[in-house]
Design a binder for this molecule. Sequence first.
Ligand SMILES: Nc1nc2c(ncn2[C@@H]2O[C@H](COP(=O)(O)OP(=O)(O)OP(=O)(O)O)[C@@H](O)[C@H]2O)c(=O)[nH]1
Length: 285
Amino acid sequence: MTIQWFPGHMAKARREVEEKLKLVDFVIELVDARAPEASQNPMLRKVLGNKPKMVVLMKKDLADKSVTDAWIRYYEEQGTPALAVNADEKGDVQRVIQRAHDMHAAKRERWKRKGLQNPPPGRAMIIGIPNVGKSTLINRLASKKIAKTGDRPGVTTQQQWIKVKKDFELLDTPGILWPKFEDPQVGLVLAAIGTIKDQILPMEEVATFILSYLKEHYPAQLSERYGIDNLADIEVIEMFTHIGRIRGALEGGGMINYEKTYEIVIRDLRSKRIANVTFEKPAAE
Ligand SMILES: Nc1nc2c(ncn2[C@@H]2O[C@H](COP(=O)(O)OP(=O)(O)OP(=O)(O)O)[C@@H](O)[C@H]2O)c(=O)[nH]1
C-alpha cells in the first residue's frame, strides 16, 4: 500500500522552506509527541544544512509522559535541544522562549566579543508537518507582542517578524513539510493521530490498528474508556462489537453499525478521551 497525498505541493513547499531558511538563524521543528519519528520531516536534515534546530514535541498532554521524557533524552543525547509542550500551558510556552533564547546565545556572545554592543535578535522559524500545532504555537508565542519589524533586503515577499522577546524574533508564517508516508505502519500512525485526512486510509484499518495497539501497549486505557478487561480472551472484532453496543452505534434491528464504531474509536483517540498514548519509542529504549 502506498499512500499518495498532496504530492503536488511537496516541491513547492520545500522551495518555500528553503527561501525562508535564508532569513533565519535557527529552526524550531515541531513534531507530535505521540509519534515523533512518523511526524518528522524526512527531508529536513538535508534542507537545513548547518542551520541549528531545536525540537518541540507538541501535544504532550495526549502522549505517554514517560515515553515523552525518553524522547527528550534521546534528542538531547544527539545534541539537539528538545522540550515537550502543551500549548495550553503558559509555562511550556515560556520554556520554548527560554530555549530559543539559548539557541542564539553563542552567536550573540561572539558578536559582543567582536565589539557589537547591541547584536541583532536571533531569528527563527517554525517548521512542521500539517496539523502538528504550528499556528497554535506561533499564536501563543506571539501573545500580544506582534510587531512588524519589516523585511530583509534581497527578499521579494515581505516577511513579518513577531518580536517574542528583545533578542528573539519569529517568522509569522511556518514552514510546512510533509511526513514520510511510504511505510504502511507509519501511515496508520499518522492517520491515528489525525495528520492524514480520513478519506486516505479506510477507517476500519485505522481503528483496528488503534485497538490492537492499545491492547498490546495500553490495556489500562481500554479498560477505562470501554470497560474491556479480559484482554487475553478478546479479539479486536469483539471489541468493536462491545464498543458499538455500549456506545449505541446501532442500526435497525439492533445490529452494530461498525462504520460508526470505527469513527468513535478514532475520535476518542484524537481527543483527550483516550490520552497518555504514544505510538513510537526511541530506538535505544
Ligand atoms: N491537545 C493538544 N492539542 C493541540 C496542541 N497544540 C495544538 N493542538 C491542536 O492541534 C490542532 C492543529 O493545530 P494547528 O495549530 O492548526 O496546526 P498546524 O500545524 O498549524 O496545522 P496546518 O495549518 O494544517 O499546517 C488544533 O486542533 C489545535 O487546537 C497541544 O499542545 N495539545
